[in-house]
Design a protein around this ligand. Structure first.
Ligand code: BDP
Length: 702
């Protein structure tokens, strides 16, 4: 680095420092685009320390020309400059951050160690990895720690991903509509690709790499066959090239009937040689353009999608046919989210019934992807009974980052506590869910869109972040993740962080309480899933109706999944089932999920069910009020624009929590005729009013 440029640096630094005096850095205008990668200037001792050390990244000769190592160096420069409020220039001397990316450090792909070292009289920080991507992850880990004000000379960060696939599933259609998307249009601009690559595609890859995400399915599981046509393969190749240095492999959702839809065959039967040959040729064509193509994600024989059962074949027949086409080059991810139009058994039992008998029949490069719970991404579900029940099949967890059933982007709901709950669940068979999925991975249905802040709300960025962090290390606590995210995204001020963390940690249970307390599920509006619709009972298929799930009448409420009902409880290991077997002892969280009880049933709180239900609704509403009040206490601590964005969304959430509470209570009272418990206020409107509301403009529909 030339001295001359240092002098210029110093002048620039002085100008920036003056600006910083005028507006404290924490209050400078933010629009959310930078996500958790703001690298906002440090202050006090943490800033002094960094300036004293004068850190500068260098790579060993053998690594220097690798594009991923170059990204790591650039990121360190950018981060250090931001944190020190200094221009992005490499100092001539100072303390080196030495990247050694071809070391013999043992561990799975992506692992790294970040530690200070002393050699002779020189000291430095080392980032050790056995491949470039480990160095990039290590660089992000170092910056994450520095951004939280930590001392680089006392750091000892050694980490390895807990599972190989840390994946986002985009439910984005090629026309730009995002199914269940609440953040605008798709971020993938197929129209201008491959000629033009939007900068957002780089910023997106960088954000993913910063949290260890290494796989992206770019299109909706309700897939269009045209995504497999040459013109899309060419566009996907441009994305794959751009994302490769960030360690991200691209995947496609494949429509099972593609050989018929676009291949001019008259069948898609997986045992038909012409069909097998078509997929083989398609796979070869994709690999010619994208040598590290990840593979196919398939939704088959589910909600009207085509699949092998259309030809009397099994899920294993279908998955194995595609697995053979990919060969050792890629993976088939076959979704277990199935329930049948003809099957009138409990929907919660159907995936297990279809898949568990197939255990051991799937090819080695097939992974079966299972949603966290047995129904469908509800605010709270028990873990899916398939976890632990297929010891000879690799199972992957599917979580929904986009909040289809938790208030869209306008409700603040931090989802990590929900994922923590499922990951830590003991299956009673093969360890915890986190242990069961360790050989495969985790997929999250993405919440990104064209909105400037990416996720539709500032706080929904935390769900993207937490998903990546938990997929990397499912033993992290949701509270710790909330705090580290908030420190990078909002402010490092401890009192502000306490407040933000407390809001986040209360938020998911609040949604459960005002929407679907005590184990209730699927009471949302038809189609768009916005708002309460508990009364809907006339849709063609029984399991599309809220009344199918709550089963309320004058006597009682809840779904009996014990031996006297659907017996779905028997799909769990004995010790797990035993915990949920008895309505007198089961946790209130799962009561109405597994049991049908009278309105007078005594709950764990000691209150009768009806009183407890109303108590929970009230509690959900008052928690949101308190979240809004806590946020209001931060005025002046947070930059004005984001402060206002969040305040306005919280006001929407306050109103909608009341709407959920009031509509629900009005409906239950129309069924049970019971008076409200003492001190609880009557719904603001009549049941008919709530039933009359329609929302043609609700986003994200199918
Ligand atoms: C449901 C969504 C629907 C998805 C489906 C799935 O409402 O849009 O297609 O999940 O996961 O929750 O396939």
């Amino acid at each position: 680095m030339m001295r001359g440029s240092r002098i210029v640096n110093c002048l620039c630094g002085a100008i920036l420092a003056l600006t910083a005096l005028a507006v404290p850095s924490v209050l400078r205008a933010q629009d959310g685009y930078d996500l958790w990668l703001r690298y906002a200037p440090l202050d006090g001792e943490a800033l002094e320390r960094l300036r004293r050390l004068d850190l500068h990244p260098v790579a060993s000769d053998s690594d220097a020309s690798d594009p991923t190592v170059e990204l790591a160096l650039n990121e360190l420069e950018r981060g250090l400059a931001g944190l020190q409020n200094a221009p992005e220039e490499i100092p001539a001397d100072g303390t080196p951050i030495v990247l050694q990316c071809d070391s013999d450090l043992p561990g799975p792909s992506g692992h790294y160690a970040v530690q200070p070292y002393a050699r002779d009289s020189a000291q430095g920080i080392g980032i050790w990895a056995s491949e470039p991507i480990g160095c990039l992850y290590g660089a992000f880990a170092l910056l994450r720690a520095l951004a939280q004000g930590e001392d680089p000379l006392t750091l000892n960060l050694a980490s390895a991903p807990a599972m190989p696939l840390r994946m986002l599933n985009h439910w984005d259609n090629p026309d730009g509509h995002v199914e269940r998307g609440y953040a605008g249009r798709s971020i993938f601009d197929w129209w201008r690709l491959p000629g033009h690559l939007d900068q957002r595609m780089i910023d997106y890859a960088r954000a993913n790499a910063s949290i260890g995400i290494n796989a992206v399915v770019v299109n909706n599981v309700n897939a269009r066959a045209e995504m497999l046509e040459p013109r899309y393969i060419e566009r996907l190749a441009r994305l794959a090239d751009a994302w490769r240095p960030y360690g991200i492999r691209v995947y496609l959702s494949a429509r099972f009937s593609a050989p018929r839809d676009i291949g001019r065959l008259d069948t898609a039967d997986p045992l038909e040689p012409a069909v097998r040959a078509w997929w083989q040729a398609k796979a070869d064509e994709i690999y010619a353009a994208i040598p590290d193509f990840g593979g196919f994600l398939v939704k088959a024989n589910s909600e009207g999608q085509p699949g092998p059962q259309d030809y009397g074949r099994s899920h294993a027949d279908g998955a194995n046919m595609l697995a053979e086409a990919l060969g050792g080059r890629g993976t088939v991810i076959w979704r277990a989210f199935v329930y049948s139009a003809e099957d009138d058994t409990d929907r919660a039992a159907q995936a297990y019934a279809e898949f568990v008998p197939l255990d051991g029949q799937f090819a080695d490069n097939v992974i079966v992807q299972v949603k966290n719970g047995p129904i469908d991404f509800q605010p709270r579900e028990p873990f899916h009974p398939m976890f632990g029940a297929m010891p000879n099949t690799r199972l992957m967890l599917e979580a929904q980052i986009t909040k289809e059933y938790l208030g869209f982007a306008t409700h603040l709901a931090y989802l990590a506590p929900m994922w923590e709950e499922v990951l830590q669940s003991d299956t009673g068979r093969d360890g915890t869910v986190a242990q069961v999925i360790a050989p495969a991975g985790m997929a999250g249905v993405a919440n990104t869109g064209s909105d400037r802040n990416w996720s539709g709300s500032h706080f929904d960025q935390a769900n993207w972040y937490a998903f990546g962090r938990l997929a990397w290390d499912p033993t992290l606590s949701s509270a710790d993740i909330a705090r580290e995210w908030a420190a990078q995204t909002w402010s490092r001020e401890p009192a502000t962080l306490d407040t933000i963390e407390s809001i986040m940690m209360d938020s998911r249970q609040a949604v459960v309480d005002y929407m679907t307390p005590l184990g209730l599920a699927h009471l949302m509006g038809t189609g768009h899933h916005y708002g309460p619709a508990l009364w809907v009972c006339d849709l063609a298929r029984p399991e599309w109706n809220p009344c199918y799930y709550h089963r309320a009448d004058a006597e009682g409420i809840g779904f009996d999944r014990t031996a006297t009902g659907s017996d779905q409880l028997a799909q769990y290991a004995g010790q797990v089932a035993a915990r949920w077997q008895d309505p007198a002892t089961i946790s209130d969280d799962y009561l109405l999920w597994f049991h049908r009880v009278s309105w007078q049933h005594t709950t764990q709180s000691g209150r009768p069910l009806w009183d407890e239900l109303v108590y929970r609704y009230d509690h959900g509403v008052s928690t949101v009020d308190s979240m809004a009040a806590r946020w209001a206490s931060l005025e002046g601590q947070i930059d004005a624009r984001r402060y206002r964005d969040v305040s306005e969304y919280l006001a929407i959430q306050q109103a909608e929590a009341r709407w959920w509470r009031d509509a629900s209570i009005a409906y239950w009272q129309s069924i049970n005729g019971l008076p409200l418990p003492e001190g609880s206020s009557a719904p603001a409107h009549s049941l008919e009013h709530y039933q009359s509301l329609t929302f043609p403009e609700a986003p994200g529909d199918t």
